[in-house]
Design a protein. Structure first.
Length: 81
């Protein structure tokens, strides 16, 4: 584990220790939801999904995919900028 990772983990755990016990169940749900939202699928899951989409002819031109990525980046830039 990297030094920065250990420091962040310690900070997160210290914050959790400050939370009253009655708020721990909803906090647990929030942490689980966050973890699930940022977890990347395995290579196998990603391949299976891509293969299934290709077999269903769910194909998109590369130019459209790049346009979608650029649109997402523009939204984030406006939000954060």
């Amino acid at each position: 584990m990297a030094v920065a990772e250990i420091a962040y983990r310690a900070q997160v755990l210290a914050e959790i220790e400050r939370i009253p016990p009655e708020y721990l169940p909803p906090l647990l749900k929030m942490v689980e939801a966050f973890r699930e939202s940022v977890a990347l699928p395995t290579t196998e899951e990603s391949f299976r999904q891509g293969w299934a989409e290709a077999m269903r002819r769910e194909l998109y031109p590369l130019t459209q995919l790049w346009a979608d990525i650029e649109d997402d980046e523009a939204v984030v830039a406006r939000r954060d900028g």
